[in-house]
Every structure is written in C-alpha cells, then in structure tokens.
Design a protein around this ligand. Structure first.
Ligand code: SF4
Length: 320
C-alpha cells in the first residue's frame, strides 16, 4: 500500500468504523500486526485468546487480522459466524512445513501413536491430530498422554526438542521451523544481555519464531538469570509491574507496540529489530477496509474437517 497521509489515515479509520457498525463486525488483531491495525482492533491478543474472543462475540462478522491458520481456528470455534481475512496470502512458514499427505504417511509408520500438533497448523492437519497445543500448554498436553504411548509432535522442532528436554520423554519430531527465528540466535541474545546487565529478559514464544529461545534457555545456551518466559498478557503485566526500567524482548517486534504504549517511561530493546513476520504485516488499513466493504475473503472449512479439528482444539482449551 502506498504511504497514506495522516488525514487519509483518519478518514480511512472513520470509514472502517462506519462499515464495521453497518456489518455488525468485530476486528481481532494478533499482537504481531502493524501498530495501526492493533489500534483499530476491538481485541488484540495471541492466537488462542483471539479465537476465544471470536467464539464469545455477538458480532456476526469477524475480521481476523493475523495469519490464515489463526482465522481457521476462529472459524472452527464459531461456525455460525462469518470470518473474513483481509489478505488470503497471509500464510505461515511453519504451518507450511507439513502437508496432509506427509502427516498421513507419518501416522502410517507409527500406527498407535498419539498426534500432538502445535496451533500453527492448518485445519486439515488439526483434523488428523489427537491434540492441539500452544507453547504455553504444550507441557501439560504431553504430560496428559500415558507414558507408554508414542507421540508424534509437529511441526515445530524447537518446541518439540524443548519438550523432550523438560520431560525427559522421547518424542517423534517433525523437522519444521519458522523462518523468523533465524535472527534470534543465542549469540545475539547473549551480546545484548552483556551490554545491558540490569535489563530483564522477556521471552514470548507465541509463535514458532520464538520457541528456539525456550530451547536455548532449557539447555543453557542462554542464561536463565533474570529471564522470564511469558504469555502475551504475562509479558504486558510484567513490563508494568516490574521495578526494572529496561527490558530485552525476544519476540516478533509487533508486541513492542503495546508494551511501549502501556509503559512510555520504560525502554524495550528487541533482540533483533529485523525479526519480522512478513505474513503478519500483510494486513493494512486498506485491506481491512476492502475486506469489510466487499466482505472478502471468507474462511470456509469443510464440515467434516471442521468437526474433527474442533476435537483437537477443544482438548487444547481444556488443558489451557
Ligand atoms: S512468526 Fe513464524 S510461526 Fe508465526 S505466523 Fe509468522 S511465519 Fe508463522
């Protein structure tokens, strides 16, 4: 989108608000969205929180500003509502690492295994899974499965390896990873922490971009001193309540928008300012406006897939 002038932005925001009311719509925005989208959203949060908001809202239309697998999860939990994504090309490199045929072939090799899928997967993959999980409840999910059961964990190899380290349990791991984490290496983290020894280190592993940091903390490649692994809300709360005035943040840079807004007198240093998910940044005011105006692009999931995927998602929510 061409850069809009402030006046044009204000005008477009007014148009979006007007259209939103006339469509009885609600805007949900993931924490990794650009600041302008977070600012017009009715709710911001992580993928699970947004799906739960989608299920609870009385609005008939949900504009889901995130990536496609998240909008699919919202649509599965709210089958009676219209879920729209402003840009259908907002994919996820981690979710794309496993196809349905690959999963079926893997399951055929381990016929009695329990399949645990990270939330960053398509609806089709969730439908072939026994459990879904987030990085926050993955440990609970693994511990809920009898110890004599083989587990296929997919698609995030870093989260899977972290779980193996913490539980001491052998898992079969799918070798998937998110491209964004490449810039969040232990050496980069350690250098920045050496430069700011008083800063708190906050890790937000909402997406595959940050699960490697959980693994590096667990195996000692990153020091756990003064480090906190937190959910979105935990991170926002910690920044407010902590006496520290400087924080090193391991996350996709989008969440810094809200942290800076909430704590204007504190300093937030991203581990890597270039750790940006380009899929998350595809959504703009322009695409949200078009989405509301033309009612594009609806998320449609075949009923048989939706019903099966919901079983895995429900188990994730039960163990949240
Ligand atoms: S940050 Fe990585 S895992 Fe998260 S949506 Fe983007 S590509 Fe997917």
């Amino acid at each position: 989108m061409e850069r809009l002038e402030t006046k044009q932005i204000d005008h477009m925001i007014d148009d979006i608000q007007r259209l939103k009311e006339s469509r009885n719509a609600v805007i949900l925005a993931h924490n990794y969205q650009i600041g302008e989208i977070q600012d017009i959203a009715d709710f911001t949060g992580d993928s699970l929180k947004l799906s739960q908001e989608a299920a609870e809202t009385e609005a008939e239309v949900i504009i889901f500003c995130g990536v496609n697998f998240m909008a699919e999860t919202a649509a599965i939990l709210s089958p009676e509502k219209t879920v729209l994504v402003p840009d259908p090309e907002a994919g996820c490199s981690l979710a794309d690492t496993i196809s349905i045929d690959q999963l079926k072939a893997w399951k055929n090799k381990y016929t009695n295994a329990v399949v645990v899928s990270y939330i960053n997967t398509t609806a089709e993959i969730k439908a072939e899974s026994d459990y879904c999980c987030t990085s926050t409840n993955a440990l609970k999910v693994i511990n809920a499965i009898p110890s004599d059961k083989e587990i296929l964990f997919l698609p995030d190899i870093f989260l899977g390896t972290y779980l193996q380290t913490i539980t001491g349990r052998k898992l079969q791991l799918w070798p998937g990873e998110c491209h964004v984490h490449a810039g969040i290496l232990p050496s980069v983290v350690n250098n920045l922490r050496d430069q700011h020894p008083d800063a708190e280190f906050l890790v937000h592993p909402e997406c595959g971009c940050l699960t490697p940091s959980m693994y590096y903390l667990a195996n000692g490649n990153i020091s756990s001193k003064n480090a906190h692994i937190l959910s979105t809300e935990g991170m926002i709360r910690r920044a407010k309540e902590s006496c520290a005035d400087r924080f090193i943040i391991a996350t996709e840079v989008g969440i810094l928008h809200r942290m800076k807004q909430d704590n204007p007198c504190k300093t937030f240093l991203p581990v890597n300012p270039d750790a940006v998910c380009e899929y998350m940044k595809r959504t703009t005011l322009d695409t949200v406006y078009k989405s509301l105006q033309e009612m594009i692009y609806p998320v449609t999931i075949p009923k048989n897939i939706s019903i099966k995927a919901k079983r895995a998602i429900d188990k994730m929510i039960e163990l949240a």
